[in-house]
Every structure is written in C-alpha cells, then in structure tokens.
Design a protein around this ligand. Sequence first.
Ligand code: NAD
Ligand SMILES: C[C@]12CC(=O)[C@H]3[C@@H](CCC4=CC(=O)CC[C@@]43C)[C@@H]1CC[C@@H]2C(=O)CO
Length: 253
Amino acid sequence: MIKGHVALVTGAGSGLGAATARHLASLGATVACIDLTEGAAAAVAADIGGLALGADVSDAAAVEAAFDRLLEKLGVPRVVVSCAGIGTAARILPRDGSLTIGAFERTLRVNLLGTYTVMSVAARAIAAAEPLDGDGARGVIINTASIAYEDGQIGQAAYSASKGGVASMTLPASRELARFGIRVMTIAPGLFETSMSAGLPDDVRAEILKAVPFPSRMGDANEFARLVQCIVENPMLNGSVIRLDAAARMPIK
Ligand SMILES: NC(=O)c1ccc[n+]([C@@H]2O[C@H](COP(=O)([O-])OP(=O)(O)OC[C@H]3O[C@@H](n4cnc5c(N)ncnc54)[C@H](O)[C@@H]3O)[C@@H](O)[C@H]2O)c1
Ligand SMILES: C[C@]12CC(=O)[C@H]3[C@@H](CCC4=CC(=O)CC[C@@]43C)[C@@H]1CC[C@@H]2C(=O)CO
C-alpha cells in the first residue's frame, strides 16, 4: 500500500510529518504534503517529487479544497498520516489571573477537530476507491496523539485533552470504517527532536528526559516514520494506540 501509491501527510512541512513524507517517498509513494506553512510543505514536496498543499486543518473548507486538488493531481491517497498539530502551554489558573479558554479552543480545533476533519474527508474518498487486496483493504489512516494523552503535565490540560480525543477516536473510527476496508491507528509519541519540542525550556526538557528509561534520549523523527511504515505494512494493526516513548512516563511538570 506504499510503493506505487499516493500518500497524504499533514504537518509535512516540519518534524514528524516531514520525516514521514520523506520516508514514504523513499519507499516509492507519491506524497502530498499539507501544511499551514505552504512554503515549508513546498520545500519537502520539492525534495521528494511530491505535491505541496497549503491548508489549515482546522478549516474544513480549506481541507476539502486541498483534498480536491490532491484528487485532481495525484488521485486517491491510500495512506493518510495526520501530523499537523500545536503544542500549547496553558495553565487553567495562570498567575496573572487570566482565562485561557481561547488557548484551549485553538488547541482542540487544530489537534482534534483538524484530525477529525482530515480523517473524514480522506475516508470519504478512500471508501469510494477500488479495494487493493483479497481482504478488501482500501487504505489506512494514521493519527498522531502524544503520551501527554495519558501522562499530561501541569500546563497541558488543553494539549492532553486534544490528544486524548485523538486517541479515543481510534477504536470507534476503525470499527465504523472497517466495512470500507479502511484501518485507523494512532501513534502516541514521547519526546521527539523537532521544532515543536525545541520550544521546551531546558529545565523542562531535562526533567522529561530523566523519566525516559531506555533509550534515554529524545526520539528521532525517522523512528516515528519507521513506525508509520510498520503500521501500513501490517494489516493486523487496526483500532489501536501505540505509545512510541522508550517507556517514558512524563513527570508532573
Ligand atoms: N515532537 C514531539 O516531541 C511530539 C511528541 C508527541 C506528539 N507530537 C505531535 O506530533 C505532531 C507533529 O509534531 P512535530 O513535533 O513534528 O511538530 P512541528 O512543529 O515540527 O511540526 C508540526 C507541523 O504542523 C503544522 N501545523 C500546525 N498547525 C497546523 C494547522 N492548523 N494546519 C496545518 N498544519 C499545521 C506546522 O506548520 C508544522 O509544520 C503534532 O501533532 C504533535 O502534537 C510531537
Ligand atoms: C507537546 C510537548 C509537551 C508540552 O506540553 C510542551 C511542548 C513544547 C512546548 C512547551 C513548552 C512549555 O514550556 C510547556 C510545555 C510545552 C507546551 C512539547 C513538544 C512535544 C511534547 C509532547 O507532546 C510530549 O509527548
């Protein structure tokens, strides 16, 4: 379902998404790269002979328009990987007494609604495509949560809620889309070396790394991409959330 097929990666302009787009291309897929930062998506797409699409995944109309262009240019993607997301630091009761409801809403809109929107638009197209094998497989959708969905730290209520929603969608989505031959899986990464984690203060990063048993280091984005490949290539992986975290359990803050 990779070599000779079309794949779609959101958040492909950076980090885990960019590594995944590159890896799928190296395995013979033609990859559409969606990102809010179209220039970043274009740089990756240019490197891998793919298609760059600028879209805000929290904007359903923008996602549909991007997907229409994808269908026109490349055809139906059989592998869809949602990496687009934001890391939000927002306490419920910040010291300045402000309310952080706007930060919560934005985080949920991008990380949860955006993931649902891409999954919905993609599933509609994949369900109408021809089956690829004797099982009747038509495609696989891989979403990205975070170990924060289970080990959320102080200041991560919004982020953890958004990732908890992504994780919780996995089983019902896989159950519903099974009849169309579409698998749904979620990866919950620990701490990986990307632009997003670069925003971690050094003391916070050091505390998190102390809680990473082995290998006690930040993950490499290519290690995330290799798990995507494993999921695509193993048809028995469906409806599950896989923690990719070196046995990490994040500390309280
Ligand atoms: N890096 C980590 O340690 C880590 C750990 C756990 C989970 N994650 C998750 O992995 C995913 C990828 O994160 P990353 O570390 O590669 O971050 P990153 O910031 O390097 O890449 C995220 C990409 O998503 C894009 N994006 C953000 N909002 C968007 C939107 N509304 N529409 C379209 N594109 C949008 C950004 O422009 C960026 O290119 C995110 O969902 C993140 O929450 C990351
Ligand atoms: C998202 C994640 C954990 C966090 O909450 C941080 C984020 C990087 C930017 C941040 C700086 C802070 O001072 C507060 C925390 C946070 C929002 C981290 C990037 C990846 C981390 C993750 O998801 C671990 O699984």
